[in-house]
Design a protein around this ligand. Structure first.
Ligand code: PEP
Ligand code: MN
Length: 358
């Protein structure tokens, strides 16, 4: 008899469980609709006044046997889960998200396709110093069949007394040499007002780590028709990085290349800590190509080759590194730039590693 009662009661609990499950999901669907309306209206998802009203309702209508505080705790859990449901919806809606667009975005830089499965190299000096310096690097790159040349004309320096770059003259040098050797130019722009000017000289606008959350700059490069290489901020999370790219694409420019360049951690053995797992995460979460900058992430010449190999093996769309004809006298990043013979050796090793991967 007792066993039968127990079974019946359990059956009843199971039915209530199933009703609860059904009701919770129904509530979830309504909350999602509310989320959509709030998004259109531009109102905040979290509404503390609404939540207070519901908690008060629980107190007023509670007939027991549960304590009011217990029920309120459960309801707060439901609110939290509902809010997350709305946030998830939002993430699905991000324009850079893989959920939004399944196929890889392929960025065409003067015929060199980034993001189509082939792996490219972006090489060049840290900063443009002279016509001769850039020519020497371009010549070496040409020998290696590399098309994408980087070089800073506007340099974001930690100290205002350090070399700030040649500015427009630097851009002119890059363009001239790139045209001589049929290369493409990637160069950093620091200020929204220089974006228009840059269009005449560069093939890819670089947004540096220090400017990853310079929202005016992100919007400015989002409004032009020019590929953008966006570097991860010094201490930016992947989520912040993705949202920075969203600022660009939201303005209409989807030609975005993400660049992992190391983040600041407590580790001092390297200049920054290369977050290699960011590459597959970014490729999974977004449809944008991902580049690994081995120079600024490691800050160590002896780590350029192993980290570049890791980048290729993990599926990066390109590897970036710095090359200078005479690094000892370079005006910036003197310690970590390769000289020309080191560059050739690096490329030979990397190319044979790449062949082994395929
Ligand atoms: C650069 O690539 O020239 C540079 C300054 O790097 P980052 O912005 O990653 O520090
Ligand atoms: Mn540098």
């Amino acid at each position: 008899m007792g066993n039968n009662d127990l079974q019946q009661l359990r059956q009843k609990v199971d039915e209530i469980n199933s009703q609860l499950l059904h009701l919770l999901n129904e509530r979830g669907r309504v909350v999602q609709e509310i989320g959509q309306i709030k998004k259109l209206q531009g109102t905040k998802r979290f509404d503390p006044i609404r939540e207070r009203e519901v908690l008060d309702m629980v107190a007023e209508q509670n007939e027991g046997p549960f304590e009011t505080s217990t029920l309120q705790h459960i309801f707060k859990g439901i609110f939290k889960a509902s809010l997350e449901l709305q946030e998830d919806d939002n993430r699905k809606a991000l324009l850079v998200s893989r959920k939004k667009k399944k196929e890889n975005t392929i960025v065409d830089v003067k015929g060199e396709l980034i993001g189509n499965g082939t792996q490219s190299f972006i090489m060049g000096p840290c900063a443009v110093e002279s016509l001769e310096q850039v020519r020497l690097v371009a010549e070496a790159m040409k020998e290696q069949g590399i098309k994408l040349m980087r070089g800073g004309a506007f340099k974001p320096r930690t100290s205002p007394y350090d070399f700030q770059g040649l500015g427009v003259e630097g851009l002119q040098i890059l363009r001239q040499v790139a045209d001589e050797y049929d290369l493409a130019v990637i160069s950093e722009i620091l200020n929204p007002i220089d974006v228009e000017l840059a269009l005449d000289y560069v093939d890819v606008i670089q947004i540096g780590a220090r400017n990853m959350q310079n929202f005016d700059l992100l919007k400015a490069v989002g409004r032009v028709k020019k590929p953008v290489l966006l570097k991860r901020g010094l201490a930016a999370t992947i989520d912040e990085f993705i949202h920075a790219a969203e600022y660009i694409i939201a303005q209409g420019n989807d030609q975005i290349i993400l660049c992992e360049r190391g983040i600041r951690t407590y580790e001092k053995a390297t200049r920054n800590t290369l977050d290699i797992s960011a590459v597959p995460i970014l490729k999974k979460e977004t449809h944008l190509p991902v580049v690994v900058d081995v120079t600024h992430s490691t800050g160590r010449k002896d780590l350029l080759l192993p980290t570049a190999k890791a980048a290729l093996a993990i599926g990066a769309d390109a590897v970036m590194a710095e090359v200078h004809p005479d690094p000892a006298v370079a005006l910036s990043d003197s310690a970590q730039q390769m000289d020309i013979p080191q560059f050739h050796e690096f490329m030979e090793e990397l190319k044979s590693f790449k062949n082994k991967l395929q």
